[in-house]
Design a protein around this ligand. Structure first.
Ligand SMILES: Nc1ncnc2c1ncn2[C@@H]1O[C@H](COP(=O)(O)OP(=O)(O)OP(=O)(O)O)[C@@H](O)[C@H]1O
Ligand SMILES: [Mg+2]
Length: 237
């Protein structure tokens, strides 16, 4: 499996504080790679740096071989990398459809209409409520919208930051099933989650991040079976 994303010795700091302390990981074409870790581990910082919203202190980020560390965020989207951010960040006053169309801002091709239909097919409620202000959506609906919006840039790699956060078990399942659907449709996924069970179950590969350092890695099932993961992340004795 060829790597679509290669992060090497990445260090990211906020002022003098290092939030990410030299991590390396890879995402292969077609994989679902899960990055798990507790609050403050550096998961969001890592995704924001890959997206170009933060600049690393040192280290490299390669997407299909191209270094991203000096590329502007909107150009990174154009290269085929989309980010569904922590907290969803939808635009509450804009309609559902307008929010979706914002995901296609970098595109000029004729496939946008078809991808809007694909997003509606993925989450039919987005079509039913397409004219509704997005701010009136529930948390789970906003998550679907955030994922649909990210898909509107037609990404090769989709990064999801805690999509299950604050959702009911049923809605969480719906979102996680969609992750598998998107993978089956050919999108590679980098999934950040505190919910280790849900994230590792679907992962081809996983990394455990603790205060800015990767402490464990393996296949999803290896990590789920690991005593350290079970104790620290699955609440087992
Ligand atoms: N804008 C910022 N300024 C200063 N420190 C920050 C900033 N954003 C994050 N940090 C710090 O960087 C560290 C990593 O934060 P980050 O948000 O990446 O963690 P996380 O793994 O996403 O956590 P969570 O699961 O709570 O979302 C934390 O110690 C956090 O306090
Ligand atoms: Mg976070």
């Amino acid at each position: 499996m060829s790597d679509i994303l290669e992060v090497k010795d990445l260090v990211v700091s906020y002022g003098k504080i290092k939030a990410v302390k030299g991590i390396s990981f890879t995402v292969g074409e077609g994989e679902v790679v899960s990055l798990i870790g507790t609050n403050g581990a550096g998961k969001t910082t890592t995704l924001r740096t890959i997206s170009g919203l933060l600049r690393p202190t040192s280290g490299s980020i390669r997407f299909r071989g191209q270094d991203l560390t000096k590329v502007a965020p909107h150009d990174i989207v154009s290269l085929g990398l989309a980010h569904s951010p922590e907290g969803r960040r939808i635009f509450p006053k804009l309609s559902v459809e307008e929010n979706l169309m914002l995901g296609a801002f970098s595109r000029k091709d004729k496939g946008i209409r078809a991808d809007l239909d694909a997003a509606f097919e993925l989450f039919p409620i987005l079509q039913e409520r397409r004219a509704q202000p997005a701010g009136t959506f529930s948390g789970g609906e906003q998550q679907m919208l955030a994922m649909g919006r990210a898909m509107m840039s037609k990404p090769q790699l989709l990064m999801l930051d805690e999509p299950s956060m604050g959702l009911s078990p049923l809605m969480m399942k719906r979102i996680m099933t969609t992750v598998t659907t998107l993978q089956e449709q050919g999108t590679t996924i980098l999934l950040v989650e505190q919910n280790a069970q849900a994230a590792l179950k679907r992962a081809t590969k996983g990394y455990v991040l603790e205060v800015g350092t990767i402490v464990l890695s393996g296949t999803g099932s290896e990590l789920l079976a690991s005593d350290d993961v079970r104790k620290a992340y699955l609440g087992e004795d």
